[in-house]
Ligand binder design. Structure first.
Ligand code: NAP
Length: 306
């Protein structure tokens, strides 16, 4: 039986560990502060931001959101970020992506003060990651490492294969695994013999955004699988195919109009892996937990607590 790597449990543990650190900061003068910039009315972004603010409230972290309109210009957004950079009570700034097409996203992300870059996307912090220096790490990759460590999955000396090379998941998770002494292969859409590369993995991280693409023939028995993919299936025929006509999934689809699936075939992984993250309930819950952890760590640094 494959072990299920329960992200909800790890998220709860992380939050329980953060609470006394937040209380210590409050006792020292003020709570940690997170500012979220949410442009326009993207429904998915609105849900993410609501969940982030709720997590702050649960922990006693101060949070606020700026909500400029969809028509905002790069210059206007830069001014908002600069004001937040200058605020002593704000330890973390998060600009919710994607931004509208008229906005120069790279300029905005570059404008966030590296010390307040709780997403870990600023080139300074990417450099810190590559060099193995302290600094905020991208939240989803950091959550994956927490998950592996807390479930005591050995990393040193293991062959890790990361499928996907994005700046927010694939590349940073590859560096984090490398720093833990895994032997890392990064694959992408131009990789030849992908199934063969994946079968070499003892730890396989799937982050392509391709529903259930990694099937049983990509998996070597006993592999640890981290499925980052979060894909919404909104066609009944896809739900029926991927979940092999599961009555439970089809009922869930009829009720909600969609079903989530990762980048790994959910039935094949349960059969072949030694351990795996389910979707939902695996990697997903850790992203916000690590955002909270980065915000608390930033406040501790800025208030001289650590
Ligand atoms: P992304 O920026 O679209 O990058 C996808 C990567 O996968 C690219 O490097 C791409 O290769 C590669 N790829 C695409 N198709 C492939 C194929 N057929 N074979 C091999 N490689 C392929 O995506 P992302 O932002 O990293 O996100 C990846 C997935 O993780 C998405 O489902 C996203 O929703 C999910 N996600 C989840 C969380 C969470 O909190 N759970 C957080 C972030 C992302 P090229 O570079 O060659 O194009």
């Amino acid at each position: 039986m494959a072990r299920i790597l329960d992200g909800n449990r790890v998220r709860d543990d992380i939050k329980n560990e953060l609470k006394p650190r937040v209380d210590a900061l409050i006792a020292k003068g003020r709570p940690p502060g997170l500012a979220v910039v949410l442009v326009g009315h993207n429904p998915a972004s609105e849900i993410y931001v609501r969940n982030k603010i709720k997590a702050c409230q649960d922990l006693g972290i101060y949070s606020e959101s700026s909500t400029p309109p969809e028509s905002v210009s790069t210059e206007e957004l830069l001014r908002i970020v600069e004001q937040l950079n200058a605020r002593p009570d704000i330890d973390g700034i998060l600009v919710q992506l994607p931004l509208p097409p008229q906005v120069d996203t790279k300029r905005i992300l570059l404008a966030v003060a590296p010390a307040k870059d709780v997403d870990g996307f600023h080139p300074c912090n990417v450099g810190n990651l590559v060099a193995g220096l302290p600094g905020p790490r991208a939240c989803t990759p950091a959550g994956i490492l927490e998950l592996l460590k807390r479930f005591e999955i050995p990393i040193a000396g293991k062959r890790a294969v990361v499928v996907g090379r994005s700046d927010i998941v694939g590349k940073p998770v590859a560096f984090l695994l490398l720093h833990e002494n895994a032997t890392v292969t990064i694959c992408h859409s131009k990789t030849r013999d992908l199934a063969e590369r994946c079968r070499e993995a003892e730890i396989l991280v799937a982050a392509m955004g391709r529903p259930a693409m990694i099937t049983g023939d990509y998996l070597t028995p006993g592999v640890t699988v981290i499925d980052v993919g979060t894909n919404r299936l909104d066609k009944r025929v896809d739900v029926a195919r991927i979940f092999r006509n599961s009555a439970e999934k089809l009922a869930s689809f009829e009720k909600k109009g969609s079903v989530l699936v990762g980048d790994v075939d959910p039935l094949d992984v349960a059969e072949k892996a030694g351990a795996y993250t389910p979707v939902p309930g695996g990697v997903g819950p850790l992203t916000i937990a690590m955002l909270m952890a980065n915000t608390v760590a930033s406040a501790e640094r800025r208030l001289g607590v650590c």
